[in-house]
Design a protein around this ligand. Structure first.
Ligand SMILES: Nc1ncnc2c1ncn2[C@@H]1O[C@H](COP(=O)(O)OP(=O)(O)OP(=O)(O)O)[C@@H](O)[C@H]1O
Length: 290
């Protein structure tokens, strides 16, 4: 079952393109990464889904309900972290997260205590005195405190140091294991690959690919670096070789095909160093961004 469904969702800010004909689904229980460079349309998509802005055309639903007409109903079961947060500066963290909890009319003190401890967030500090990263943690606690069925996060990791980021991903994995569906945007592919089942790639307001991480890996190229006494011109001219670069005694290239074939080519040389690596998602998707 799909938790989120977007059908030709389009948003123009006057004549400025936000997103155009964006269509995809987020399935129950999955973690979907929404990847794209700055200005691609990630925040516009998310803000339209949450009815913070209205689409120019197209439609979207969450839990089978219309995102605009039934926004208030949907919001009860959604946790949202905006990319930029603005809070009441004079409040303490405890007051602010308490205020967020009150909106749901329930007591979430235990969950607040647990999340703030794990994220190393001091509840007694004033919002005005917090660093960017600590403000992000406040946003994370507000988004997760009511254990929502759907978690929507817009650039959640920017500003978090690596240790906190790891803890945050562990928390997300636990929420996911308990049944939460997660949809989050990032422009850093290497972050997303640690946690997502699938990734949707957005560029210039349009979806240009949606793939399973496992599929990407299975079909992906190898990244090969080889150093040899002499590499004759054209030696690696063979099917499956792309992005070939040679500098003196070293060559690097991407290869998709039978590894034995390329090893045969190498064995004809006097090789003294070789690396065969799995490319990062950045490298796999490089051609999408060109
Ligand atoms: N309020 C606005 N008025 C006019 N244009 C806007 C507005 N908000 C966004 N845009 C434009 O819509 C396009 C998509 O922007 P959006 O913020 O959705 O991208 P993004 O992928 O979230 O990027 P970033 O990572 O930089 O936040 C951009 O060209 C942006 O300039």
């Amino acid at each position: 079952m799909s938790v989120i469904e977007l059908k030709n969702l389009t948003k123009f800010y006057g004549s400025q393109r936000g997103i155009e004909n964006v269509s995809f689904n987020v399935e129950q229980g999955e973690v979907l990464g929404f990847i794209g460079p700055n200005g691609a349309g990630k925040s516009t998509t998310i803000r339209t889904l949450l009815a913070l802005i209205h689409p120019t055309s197209g439609s979207a639903s969450i839990f089978g309900k219309d995102c605009i007409k039934e926004a208030a109903e949907i919001a009860k079961d959604v946790g949202y972290l905006p990319s930029e947060t603005a809070y009441y500066d004079n409040m303490t963290v405890r007051e602010l997260v308490g205020y967020a909890a009150d909106l749901y009319g329930k007591n979430f003190d235990d969950k607040i205590a647990e999340l703030s401890k794990r994220l190393n967030l001091d509840l007694s500090r004033k919002i005005a005195d917090l660093s960017l990263g600590n403000k992000k943690k406040v946003g994370i606690v507000c988004a997760l405190l009511h254990s929502p069925k759907l978690i929507i996060l817009d650039e959640p990791t920017s500003g978090l140091d690596p240790l906190v980021q790891q803890e945050f991903f562990d928390i997300l994995k636990e929420e996911n294991a308990k049944g939460a569906t997660i949809f989050f945007s990032s422009h850093v592919l290497s972050e997303v690959q640690k946690i997502c089942d699938r990734v949707a790639i957005v560029k210039d307001g349009k979806i240009i690919g949606i793939k399973k991480i496992s599929e990407l890996r299975a079909n992906s190229h190898k990244k090969i670096s080889v150093a040899a006494d002499v590499i004759p011109d054209g030696h690696f001219d063979m099917q499956g070789v792309t992005n070939y670069k040679q500098e003196g005694k070293s060559a690097t290239f991407m290869y998709m095909g039978n590894v034995a074939d390329v090893l045969k080519k190498m064995s004809a040389l006097n090789v003294y160093d070789v690396f065969i690596e799995e490319p990062t998602l950045e490298e796999i998707f490089m051609h999408y961004y060109k």
